[in-house]
Design a binder for this molecule. Sequence first.
Ligand code: AMP
Length: 334
Amino acid sequence: MPRAAIYAGHSAIQLSLGLREEGIEVAVFGPQDRLRLYSRFPTLKVRLLNYDGPSLLDKLADEGYFMILTGGTVEYLTPRVVEEARIPVFGLRGLVRWEADWRLKIRLLEEAGIPVPRVFRSIEEVDGLVIAKLPGAKGGRGYLVTRNPEEVRGWLDRMVTQGLVAAPDEVFLQEYVVGTTMYAHYFQSPIMDRLELTGFDIRYESNADGLRRLTPRNIGDLKEGFVVTGNLQVYPRERLLEDFIELGEKFVEATRRLIPPGMIGPFCLETVITEDLRPIVFEFSGRIVAGTNVYLGGSPYLALYWGREMTVGRRIALEVKMAEGQGRLGEVLT
Ligand code: AMP
């Protein structure tokens, strides 16, 4: 049985637990100061490894490990390291590049026929509410919402000066859609040739959520902000579930066409539901999202397929075990 390597952070607790439950050995790797947490819980029983550079990934590959793609892998190891590493990856490795570049990201969603917010290709095009985003999975840090193109220009200059953006065209200017956000989680199983809906979350964001506690009298010049501080469970209206499933199917189909062999394992469509009950997809994550941690005790949605609640971490472990048992590991590791 192959062993699993997980970057320290994000969903590492959930993944470690799920893999251990299915008898798969786990190594958690990352900067030394991040590792201590994983030694604090007696049930985790994981090997802890200091990450001092990409050569660790080669060493892990030689020892029979595969790596699970997470937000931490994309943001801290960088897409280039993930693409070039010799270690097998659970998930669609080729999708990392599409997720990291907003042009590719929107192209994939558009080619899938999924409704997306308008994209402003330059500051001059901005003619309504816009959300200006920094590149990468930075957890919402530094974003700006405004109607004023001049404000976007000032923000961009600051981001370049602070070194958060190398070139102006790296920032993503997207129509800000008014509605309620819901993050839909999925699992695409190559072994069962089935798409499973694994749950939903809402990100709890500062100051966007914190400002709601203040009255207009007290808000002054405080600005909304989207730094994720945690995740909340949400149960979307039942009539929306079919829409969500169809969006997931379209996404999987587009990845098959554009990035063969197509989606493997968990992914997330990040949506805003407008007043007319239409989910608009403003982003995707082509791997497990931290929002799945709201089901650390098991997802009731996964129970609809399996007859018992389980985490997405455990679902990944099951897929690996089924693949191993059928001699099909090559279909889930890329
Ligand atoms: P992201 O980094 O793209 O996941 O965005 C961080 C947060 O900004 C989301 O959780 C939403 O609250 C908000 N957001 C991002 N894009 C949009 C959009 N196009 N319309 C409305 N809210 C958005």
